[in-house]
Design a protein around this ligand. Sequence first.
Ligand code: GLA
Length: 394
Amino acid sequence: MTAPLNAPDIMSALSQRFLHKFSHTPRIFRAPGRVNLIGEHTDYNDGFVLPAAIDLYTWAAVAPRDDHNLNIFSENLDQQAQLDLRAIDLRPKNHWSDYVAGVALMLQRLGIAITGADLAILSTIPSGVGLSSSAALEVSIASALLAVSNRSLGLLEIAKLCQRAEVEFVGARVGIMDQFASCFGSAGHALLLDCRSLAHTLFPSPPGIAMVVCNTMVKHGHSGGEYNQRRAQCEQGVQILESLLPEINALRDVSLAQLVSQRAVVPELVFRRCRHVVTENQRVLRFVKALDQNNLPTLGTCMAESHLSLKNDFEVSCPELDLMVQLATECEGVVGARMTGGGFGGCTINLVESNSIPAFTNRVSKNYKQITQIDPEIYVLQAASGAVEVSWNS
Ligand code: GLA
């Protein structure tokens, strides 16, 4: 289906569907996706990230049931699934309902008795392209289930339990960035998150500069497996380094000079993985300093270096992402461009001067299509607030 894009239309479509499917009126929650400006694959290394929640959302309509079932209807897929809360199958089924089951299970493990519920979900976040459709689904479901069960949890607890749903149930060993951004997003701001202390600082979007996301429309297989493998390689690096540098606990603690001094004892591939993380952390800090000073050229340099490091050292880019970045940098008014998210396809993030957006969009679409025969999608996004219950008056 083509989702209507404005909030009242979405709420009305979702409520009507809910009424039709389940014969009662729901409460509605929504959680945003995110785009990461810089700091890729640093979150699970205790490092720094700079995501912004975006104005694309997953909406969850919910009403309680008086049995122990969760009936979940996906508007996007036109499919329904059912889970019995007394016996959630502990194995994921490789199905979209795994995210719901994982969240329900993690709530139960926190000792929260969840009531049965009817749920209908609608998302305007393209799925599997690095804009955190999974985290938005998890956070919207957690908010909805907590509310119908008359329970509440702090946002940080919600973010952490949603991350655990993905790591411990779905099996993707993700960091905390996506769920954190979906919970703590702030309109008009990016969030600098220290993934060790989980403290965050808001940075206003630079004036006159837009976040433009280009979707390559490709997804290379086995990205889940490759993601977990990258994480394991980082862990291998820490294991070797901590036997020589006892003061370190994570790649976050390693300086480039320390890493280089141990080059002889770290396998070449692991060395490059670690070098990406160590230098990416430094780039995040350089980037936020440049944001404070409105130093646009430095923002661009950090993004270009980040992309190259993800391509060459971390090896999570792909030809389509490289091409999309290349085409962007040839356009007028582009401050910076890089791949965003886990990689292996998906999207690039581009900071573009607002008055250059139409020319940028035309040129990048035309050239990308000409070279790849693929029509890209291009989204001009606003930094948005985190998960909320939405009412007809809001
Ligand atoms: C995915 C994960 C995040 C993060 C990014 C890469 O989005 O969910 O935790 O690791 O990849 O930066």
